[in-house]
Design a binder for this molecule. Structure first.
Ligand code: AMP
Ligand code: ZN
Length: 447
């Protein structure tokens, strides 16, 4: 199988990807907390891991790609109260809104989209076991994870325990043994959503939710790849690793991948900072392909700045690609030429670039080179149709791998007749008629 290398945050370097089971790969990335419409930044991991799964499938892996919905969270309780709805009704509403955006972005359906609320029994039993092993303790109304139970806490975010402790906010009234300990479960009878479980009535903490969903969905204590945005490295992913390490002696995933931030005016886009641009609004103003290209054209680990101008130019690029491929495809059909074959050398160069830690920029140089060539060939009256056919075929393949969906109407009999008439008018030097037909054919994308 083709070699894939990925930047692994845990080992701090790019590493060759070796699957746990031959030919198979299990990937989990942290999804949104569904208390509001998600902002555009929340889709950066979504697009990145969708691309990764497409590349891995192309290489030949059987991929199980999973992302969760955090539907139990204090922010959800607060928002549900504000909107006068139950937490369930509120989160289902925003899950539906998120899923509408997934469709517009041409995201491949996931293997599974678990919700935290579906794994409560599993979480309670997980926490109970941690308590029994001495890795968790109850203090006041909370059950905490005892960070001192794990040897290498800080391994993911590359911080040592001493620095972390001195940097932590120490509250005099804190009930924790160490300021680094984190809540696994809140024992409560308040009016927020809560569950009766073997460890008492209450609700789980976010860090336990993801560990239990990973274990539950994949039925494994170690998967291949776990990811999310940079902000999740600490404390969320660090705390996921700590729990998994304490419970099973694994780091939960073999590779940890993190995406850079989407910025607004140089600052991370975030609901709490109030600088969010909602994804649903962006997708009303811009093309799904344009938004995808907006993310893809910057390497997934680098920051990317949101501007309407950037998105506009990506829409234009997407339309240019569409029009070039469509025109060439129509030309083949109008001349009864077959589609052609994969251009192997270009394909290898394209896929190798993507296999190199998702180097989309290098892959796009191959894509752009081919677009340039079909533009030249499409303009010629008589061209090398075999070459044009192969370019169209290969570009369609590349588009699928990048998740760009270039759809256009099939040519009708009427279109074919119009084109025929146009050609005849030109041959007969009937320029009045060919001038009449030209704009019609251009509008249809044929010329
Ligand atoms: P949240 O709903 O805040 O838990 O975020 C859901 C996912 O979106 C996580 O993987 C975050 O890391 C990611 N995320 C949130 N804000 C941004 C941003 N501005 N840029 C990139 N990713 C983000
Ligand atoms: Zn998570």
């Amino acid at each position: 199988m083709r070699t894939i290398t990925l930047f692994d945050t845990l080992q701090g370097k790019e590493r060759e990807f070796i699957p746990l089971s031959e030919g198979k790969v299990d990937i989990y990335y942290c999804g949104p907390t569904v208390y509001n419409y998600v902002h555009l930044g929340n889709f950066r991991p979504t697009v990145t891991f969708d691309l990764l799964s497409r590349v891995m499938r192309e290489v030949g892996y059987e991929v199980r790609l999973v992302s969760n919905y955090t539907d139990i969270d204090d922010k959800i309780i607060k928002q549900a109260k504000l909107e006068g709805k139950s937490e369930k009704v509120l989160s289902e509403f925003y899950i539906k809104a998120y899923e509408d955006c997934l469709d517009q972005l041409n995201i491949t359906p996931l293997y599974c989209h678990p919700k935290a609320s579906e794994y409560i029994t599993k979480m309670a039993s997980f926490i109970h076991q941690l308590e029994e092993k001495g890795d968790a303790y109850q203090s006041g109304e909370d059950i905490y994870f005892r960070v001192s139970s794990v040897k290498d806490y800080g391994c993911l975010s590359k911080q040592n325990i001493k620095d972390l402790i001195s940097g932590a906010r120490i509250d005099v009234s804190d009930k924790k043994e160490s300021p680094l300990d984190f809540a696994l479960w809140k024992l409560t009878d308040d009016d927020g959503i809560k569950f009766d479980t073997e460890i008492g009535r209450g609700r789980p903490g976010w860090h336990t939710e993801c560990v239990c969903m990973v274990n539950g969905v994949f039925q494994k204590h170690l998967i291949d790849i776990h990811g999310g945005g940079f902000d999740l490295k600490f404390p969320h992913h660090e705390n996921e690793i700590a729990q998994s390490e304490a419970m099973y002696g694994t780091k939960l995933a073999n590779y940890w991948m993190h995406c850079g931030f989407l910025l607004t005016d140089g600052v991370k886009m975030s609901k709490s900072l109030g600088n969010s641009i909602l994804a649903k609004d962006v997708l009303q103003r811009h093309l799904g392909n344009g938004v995808r290209l907006f993310f893809l054209t910057t390497h997934y680990r680098s920051p990317v700045n949101y501007t309407e101008e950037n998105l506009d130019s990506m829409d234009k690029l997407a339309l240019r690609y569409l029009s070039s491929i469509r025109k060439a495809d129509y030309k083949l059909q109008l001349n009864s030429m077959p589609e052609g074959q994969l251009l192997k050398e270009d394909y290898d160069q394209f896929l190798d670039a993507l296999c190199h830690d998702l180097n989309v920029a290098n892959a796009l140089t191959v894509f752009d080179r081919e677009i340039k060539e079909i533009n030249t060939l499409s303009m010629k009256k008589d061209c090398d149709y075999a070459r044009l056919g192969s370019l169209v075929f290969t570009l369609k393949k590349f588009s699928d791998i990048l998740g760009l969906s270039f759809q256009y109407d099939a040519l009708t009999e009427e279109d074919k007749k119009l084109y025929q008439e146009f050609q005849e008018a030109r041959e007969q030097k009937n320029f009045q008629r060919s001038d009449e037909l030209r704009p019609l054919l251009m509008e249809k994308g044929i010329l």
